[in-house]
Write a protein that binds this ligand. Structure first.
Ligand SMILES: Cc1cc2nc3c(=O)[nH]c(=O)nc-3n(C[C@H](O)[C@H](O)[C@H](O)COP(=O)(O)OP(=O)(O)OC[C@H]3O[C@@H](n4cnc5c(N)ncnc54)[C@H](O)[C@@H]3O)c2cc1C
Ligand code: FES
Length: 265
């Protein structure tokens, strides 16, 4: 894990309230795994005091050298509003990569990616890492859901790797008007994947875990709890484990990616 002052390379709107920021980083980040995150704070801020966690959305690689990383973020409060104001050349404070990443078994050829809203951020990194390893993704599918059209992000990132994409919205403004778990369940019933990987709201993840248990499919989920320190010191990110009563896991250290069987939802 490394702390560094990182120069903003770009900071651009992607959709309603969503932005993508590019940050220069050291070559150490080349070992980052999809699902890992950074803690970030703009350097001149006093409020909010605490760093905020963000998934690594992608690496910026030039001639084989890792020069930066990308974060896809949604402005929801004070910290992300400050981030939105950063200009190229500004400096932010980051440390990472932190936490666990997705562990895709070598033999898994049929992977179903499921994203709700901003939950798509780490899954894009996963699909591009798999693509970089020249893994054939043509049997894989992505299910991307959001409240409305503007919440459906990064569809092309999946399509360009040969992954077929199905979209849903709550208001019917794009894709099917239903929850993203509906088409997922239909497809899983017909063709079981080797693994499901998911990131999004807790209710969505709970429903996906129900589906994977019903059809006996392995599943890894990336969860986004509140975090204060990001390194196991504050207990702010504790989630209940499933195997032993009263056993709590740290999202920042034991996660954010968990085997679904580890968590009590
Ligand atoms: C491991 C991890 C990875 C994450 N990756 C991303 C990412 O790639 N892109 C992104 O946009 N966000 C991501 N988040 C969520 C992000 O950290 C929060 O949106 C951010 O901390 C909000 O900061 P703020 O100061 O703008 O909002 P605050 O003022 O702190 O909060 C504003 C509102 O957002 C809610 N909120 C804050 N944090 C979370 C959270 N973790 N989950 C749900 N609601 C929250 C608060 O309850 C409040 O209602 C991630 C969180 C975790 C734990
Ligand atoms: S965020 Fe402090 S212990 Fe996990």
């Amino acid at each position: 894990m490394f702390q560094q002052q990182s120069k903003v390379l770009f900071n651009e709107p992607v959709s309603d309230a969503y932005y993508k920021i590019g940050l220069a980083c050291s070559e150490h980040f080349s070992m980052a795994k999809a699902g890992q995150f950074i803690m970030l704070r703009t350097t001149r801020q006093t409020q909010p005091l605490l760093r905020r966690p963000f998934s690594i959305h992608n690496l910026i690689i030039n001639s084989g050298v890792t020069e930066g990383l990308e974060i896809l973020y949604k402005v929801v409060g004070q910290g992300t509003a400050l981030l939105e104001r950063q200009k190229p050349g500004d400096i932010v404070d980051i440390f990472g990569p932190l936490g666990s990443g997705f562990l895709i078994p070598r033999q898994a050829g049929r992977i179903y990616f499921v994203a709700g809203g901003i939950g798509v951020a780490p899954l894009v990194f996963l699909v591009s890492q798999l693509g970089r390893r020249n893994i054939d993704l043509s049997d894989c599918r992505a299910f991307i859901g959001g409240r409305k059209r503007e919440d459906l992000l990064c569809l092309d990132d999946f399509i360009q790797h040969g992954v077929s994409v199905q979209t849903t919205t709550d208001d019917g403004s794009a894709g099917d008007q239903c929850l993203v778990t509906h088409p997922l369940e239909d497809v899983v019933e017909q063709t079981k994947p080797d693994i499901i990987v998911a990131c999004g709201p807790m209710e969505m993840l709970a429903c996906i875990i129900g589906i994977t248990e019903k059809f006996d499919v392995p599943c890894q989920v990336s969860i986004e709890t509140m975090m204060a320190c990001g390194m196991g010191a504050c207990l702010g990110c504790a989630v209940e484990g499933r195997d032993q009563p009263d056993r709590y896991l740290h999202t920042c250290l034991d996660g954010p990616v968990f085997d679904a069987a580890e968590l009590k939802f």
